[in-house]
Design a protein around this ligand. Structure first.
Ligand code: ADP
Ligand code: MG
Length: 223
């Protein structure tokens, strides 16, 4: 349906308003984030790009309700979650927000299948197998060390979506992959944006071609 003259804006999945984060280490105060305000759109791929130390992982932890900001507010799906009730917070982290941590992040002593099933409260074998199949992972009963890094990352991606979250936060999703594997993983991530709101945190500016929105971070500030 085309509505001429109307701009239909969908509600952002996540809004950060004047977010600050400082760490105090011994006698030193580190300003990790300085006055960050961003609206992350729904069902799009947003990227936060910046060099090492610019505050990406700190921003990811605050966006994912893992860590609190020093000041400012965090609004997820229209609701203020700056100081969430602990039960609500755990519910959101478990069911509404998916995480793809950086580097190798599967449990070595669990098979790919078991790794993907891990976050499920009620283990759904059929859904897990179907999700891994869609990702193109065949060796689902292998332990991570016996499969390629690409298949490990596909399994990690499957694990991040297995509880059907609304938003997925991805920290450096291609940093340990070869160029050809990176392309395959980014194409897979693109295929997910119809169903999920995705935020990628990376120092690799090459990845911005896969994004709908780019936010540049330097020294804890938006640039
Ligand atoms: P990036 O992910 O872009 O590399 P980080 O968010 O990890 O950046 O770090 C931003 C800054 O905050 C760095 O100076 C880092 O040393 C500091 N920092 C991050 N987490 C902590 C912490 N828990 N304690 C002290 N300093 C931290
Ligand atoms: Mg980081």
């Amino acid at each position: 349906m085309v509505l001429r003259g109307f701009l239909i804006l969908s509600k952002p999945i996540l809004q950060l308003k004047e977010v600050n984060k400082t760490y105090i280490n011994e006698n030193e105060t580190i300003i990790a984030l300085n006055n960050i305000s961003i609206d992350f759109p729904s069902k799009k791929i947003s990227m936060v790009v910046g060099p090492s130390g610019s505050g990406k992982s700190t921003l990811l932890r605050i966006a994912g309700l893992l860590e609190k900001c020093s000041s400012g507010s965090v609004i997820f799906d229209g609701k203020d979650q700056t100081n969430p009730d602990p039960q609500d917070r755990l519910y959101l982290i478990r069911n509404k927000i998916g995480f793809l941590p950086p580097y190798k992040n599967l449990f070595d002593y669990l098979t790919l299948l078991e790794n993907v099933m891990l976050p499920m409260t009620i283990k759904d074998l059929e859904l897990t197998m179907e999700t891994l199949k869609k990702m193109g992972v065949k060796n689902i009963n292998s332990y991570p060390e016996y499969v390629s890094l690409e298949d490990q990352q596909k399994a990690a991606l499957a694990r991040s979506i297995i509880n059907k979250p609304q938003m997925i936060l991805m920290d450096e999703p291609t940093s340990i992959l070869s160029k050809s594997s990176s392309i395959k993983i980014m194409e897979l991530i693109q295929s997910l944006k119809e169903s999920y709101s995705i935020i990628i945190f990376t120092d690799n500016v090459q990845l911005t071609k896969y994004s709908d929105e780019v936010f540049k971070l330097n020294n804890g500030e938006l640039v």
